[in-house]
Design a protein around this ligand. Structure first.
Ligand SMILES: NC(=O)c1ccc[n+]([C@@H]2O[C@H](COP(=O)([O-])OP(=O)(O)OC[C@H]3O[C@@H](n4cnc5c(N)ncnc54)[C@H](O)[C@@H]3O)[C@@H](O)[C@H]2O)c1
Length: 350
């Protein structure tokens, strides 16, 4: 088993290994006394893993109940959030009780936000079961739901007290979901870790997925540490997401988050090369993304992408800040006016 410590205001551990769901009760008991637990999980993941999680929690003295919602991004709404809050209340949870999220980034973001708001904040544990959630969403404390047309528009920063990444759960992921996680992993390699970027072109990344998750979390940790609320260097993690979030919203979520980020990375690297902002270009990344089964062509025109991107949180008044690669393995932030940004997007998607 591997352990990564995330040194936020209140540090917490991420445990990475096979079989952690079956040991969840004893691991959680190390950081929180036995109590009432509400597990937040989608329809697919709860059918696969809630039974063993419930047994593990019970064996360690926790009493659990399940709040479940239909799988997919379409459930990451204020409505589901409201239903989750009502469920926590009806279950009699108090401030000394726990939320445990079990699933992908949707369960993690939604359940984490429910925990952040319930009685002004109760602790929560993340159990990521998708690769994307393990390498990215489960760590860093960003929790949120979407508004129609706007990703993650309502949310809070709320760090988990523990993250249990059971890599045996990846055995039930389909190929598309493996690819989604690979997209965020490529992003981490591009912005900080050339060895991780190179690893994503070798079968090793999946054969030894525990080490791949660990490498990703070391990258994520380096950006979150010292910038928990996303005011500075943490924004470098948005590389590929300026165009990516716009494309994801425009698709009505028929493109998954990982697919949208892959399209976003290719477009942003093309734009940065054409504008003379970067020594790296789209040809450095497109073959890698394609070999991982990810799309790289933007299916939308640049005007609609610009409009959607300007509705994103990355805009501040008449400027927008986005991440650009100096070269592979190193990124910086660019702040431009909106006309320059529109030209950047045009050069990226046309
Ligand atoms: N908070 C953050 O820092 C952060 C970072 C990146 C992404 N995100 C968010 O994460 C979400 C995307 O995450 P995701 O791709 O995990 O989405 P998801 O939670 O919808 O999971 C994708 C699909 O995989 C299924 N699934 C998950 N684990 C499984 C398993 N072990 N076996 C079988 N099926 C499984 C789910 O049921 C779902 O159908 C987006 O909403 C995105 O905005 C958040």
């Amino acid at each position: 088993m591997k352990t990564v410590v995330i040194p936020t205001g209140k540090p917490y551990e991420v445990l990475i290994g096979r079989g952690l769901i079956g040991r969840a009760g004893q691991e959680i008991a190390r950081v929180h006394a036995p109590c009432r637990v509400c597990v937040v999980s989608d329809s697919r993941v709860s059918a696969l893993y809630f039974f063993s999680l419930e047994a593990a929690l019970k064996a360690a003295g926790f009493e659990s109940r399940l709040f479940t919602f239909p799988e997919g991004e379409a459930s990451k709404t204020l409505q589901t959030f409201g239903e989750a809050e009502a469920f926590l209340f009806a279950s009699g949870l108090t401030r000394s009780d726990l939320v445990v999220t079990l699933g992908g980034g949707v369960a993690g973001d939604l359940g984490g936000f429910a925990a952040a708001c319930y009685q002004r904040g109760i602790p929560f544990v993340q159990i990521p079961t998708s690769l994307l959630c393990a390498v990215d969403a489960s760590v860093g404390g960003k929790t949120a739901v979407d508004l129609p047309g706007g990703k993650n528009m309502v949310g809070a920063f709320h760090q988990p007290i523990l993250v249990l990444c059971d890599t045996a759960a990846f055995s039930t992921l389909d190929e598309k979901r493996w690819a989604d996680g690979a997209a965020e992993s490529v992003k981490h390699g591009l912005i900080r870790d050339t060895a991780l970027f190179e690893r994503m072109s070798s079968p090793l990344w999946r054969e030894d997925v525990d080490s791949t998750v660990e490498m990703n979390l070391e990258v994520k940790k380096s950006f979150v540490c010292g910038d928990e609320t996303d005011r500075g260097k943490r924004q470098l993690l948005n590389f590929g997401h300026t165009v990516g979030h716009a494309v994801e919203s425009l698709s009505g979520f028929s493109l998954s988050h990982g697919q949208a980020v892959a399209i976003g990375m290719a477009a942003e690297m093309r734009a940065a090369r054409r504008m003379g902002m970067s020594a790296a270009g789209e040809n450095d990344v497109i073959p890698v993304l394609r070999s991982l089964g990810l799309p790289t062509e933007c299916p939308f025109g640049y005007r609609e992408v610009v409009e959607a991107a300007l509705g994103d949180k990355k805009r501040a008044g008449n400027t927008i800040t986005f991440a650009v690669l100096d070269r592979i393995g190193q990124a910086r932030l660019e702040k431009t006016d909106l006309d320059t940004f529109a030209e950047y997007v045009r050069l990226g998607v046309e």
